[in-house]
Design a protein around this ligand. Structure first.
Ligand code: LFR
Length: 496
């Protein structure tokens, strides 16, 4: 089998990138060819994504990828992944109706409660196996059910599928991302039609499903012209939910590992063969999202570095930006456990003045308000470490899988303080890297579909271990099983 050259477009809540990967049986090489910012936009009281800006970023990236790939014989494939749950609606002519809305928009406030009262939380979990987040597609669609855009819709396409549609003209819903909608049946793997009709949503808007590795289609002629690529370059389905691609990109050996895909969110969990649909799992709000190769991503969302990102954005908007590297160095020197928050508190979900919300949380809970930016950063990172450790522990308890190492991947795995604090809080070794696990997972699934590499996830992962420098963090304080350590006491302050 010959090596292939593929473009992996990975869209995150704060930036998008197109990476060029060369993959072969003993080759895995990744270069960034284009990076662009992404920010949601408030418009007329609704928080939108700049979806055309994202599409332009993908086109620019593909053009750059095509140029960079010339020396290796051109591009062999294109794969797209992004964050989950958000979507665009198409009318009967294939035109976008309305601009896609961000999952952080307030239109879903109160909707989850109403839907749960109608269909029953137990029933919903039994059907979908999905954690309840207020922004799941199911709640967004119900919130917008009566709008003219929804009335005009012929199709609902999740964001990576929408971009793939614009590139190829082919409609579909890739399953790893479809599994985050709250409208997919966890057992049958198909759309949960009874649930859909019961909620007054039109079943016809849900496109046929496709799997990672499936052929989506060839570039439209106008797109080929626009990007300078050949028309015969295929778009391939990958784990189009970024977290699904990130989990492929976890360089683990064996199955006794937990992962933390660490970016705007921290997605914390284990990889399983079968879903866990117990009542304890439902109450702990663990999710069974579809992974690549029929695996189950059994995990929980932890609010993640969003808390720090929003602090930085607030300080910047106030005219006194902070330098992240300096801030983290100062945070490392701060006294431990001054104040901790539950990062998953819903007050932290919307965009806005994060330092004020954290200060507020601290005074509400009788803790000192962080007196400096360094103290604020320390409080955030310790709070995340506590939440990481709690989710790793619960994932083991609820699934029966035991964990010997925690893999941190994604942008957050570059944050040495967060990695060390996570190792300490878990009482487990942390292996950090790769930073670009998502793009690597995206590229590996394409390369396998194109026949350049073969085997299961464990084979793809050994390629990752061989070609990526990883960094290890040993836990510096062990967590007593009786819960008497400083970390356990700190956890008790938020989960008393
Ligand atoms: C991470 C992620 C999470 C999903 C959240 C919102 O980027 O995809 O998995 O819960 O974004 O879509």
């Amino acid at each position: 089998s010959r090596a292939v050259t593929v473009a992996a477009a990975d869209l995150g809540a704060s930036s998008g990138r197109v990476m060029l990967a060369r993959v072969g049986p003993d080759l895995l090489d990744l270069t960034e060819v284009h990076r662009f910012g992404n920010q949601s936009v408030q418009l007329g009281g609704t928080l939108h994504w700049d979806v055309l800006g994202l599409y332009r970023g993908v086109l620019d990236g593909l053009r750059a990828a095509g140029i960079a790939a010339r020396s290796s014989g051109g591009l062999d494939g294109i794969g797209i992944d992004s964050w989950a749950v958000d979507y665009g609606l198409l009318d009967g002519t294939g035109a976008l109706v309305g601009n896609p809305v961000s999952y952080r928009d307030r239109r879903t406030e109160g909707v989850m409660g109403k839907v749960l009262a109608q269909v029953g939380a137990e029933h919903l979990y039994a059907v979908t196996g999905l954690q309840n987040l207020p922004f799941n597609t199911i709640y967004q669609l119900v919130a917008a059910r009566e709008t003219p855009a929804a009335q005009a819709a012929r199709r609902m396409l999740l964001l990576p599928d929408l971009l793939a549609y614009w590139l190829t003209g082919e409609e579909g819903a890739e399953i790893t991302n479809a599994s985050t909608t709250g409208l997919l049946d966890a057992r049958s793997g198909g759309w949960a039609t009874d649930l859909i009709t019961g909620l007054g949503l039109p079943p016809k808007i849900f496109p046929p499903l496709r799997r990672p590795g499936d052929w989506v289609g060839l570039l439209r002629p106008d797109v080929a012209v626009e990007t300078g690529l050949d028309e015969d370059v295929p778009v391939l389905a990958v784990g189009s939910h970024d977290t699904a691609s990130a989990v492929v990109g976890v360089p683990a050996e064996g199955d006794r590992f937990a992962y933390i895909s660490c970016g705007t969110w921290s997605l914390v969990g284990v990889e399983l063969d079968a879903p866990v649909l117990t009542d304890a799992s439902r109450q702990a709000n663990f999710t069974n999202e579809a992974g690549v190769d029929g695996t189950v991503r059994y995990l929980r969302n932890v609010m993640g570095l969003w808390l720090l990102q929003e602090c930085l954005r607030t300080w910047q908007a106030q005219g006194s930006p902070a330098d992240l590297e300096t801030l983290l160095r100062e945070a490392a020197a701060q006294p431990p456990f001054a104040s901790v928050v539950d990062p998953d508190d819903p007050v932290f979900l919307p965009p806005g003045d994060m330092p004020a919300r954290i200060a507020d949380y601290c005074s509400r809970t009788g803790q000192p308000v962080p007196s400096s930016r360094a103290a604020m950063a320390r409080a955030i990172l310790e709070s995340l470490a506590i939440a990481h450790a709690r989710a790793v522990r619960q994932a083991q308890e609820l699934s029966g899988r035991s964990v010997e190492v925690v893999h941190m991947v994604g942008g957050g795995s570059r944050n040495e303080l967060l990695c060390q604090l996570t190792a300490d809080a878990c009482g487990l070794p942390v292996t950090a890297g790769p930073v670009e696990a998502t793009a690597l997972g995206n590229a590996l699934v394409q390369a396998r579909a194109l026949g350049a590499v073969s085997g299961g996830l464990s084979d793809l992962r050994s390629l990752l271990r061989k070609h990526n420098p990883l960094r290890g963090y040993a836990p510096q304080s062990t967590r007593g099983r009786d819960g008497s350590t400083a970390w356990a006491r700190a956890e008790a302050r938020v989960h008393g």
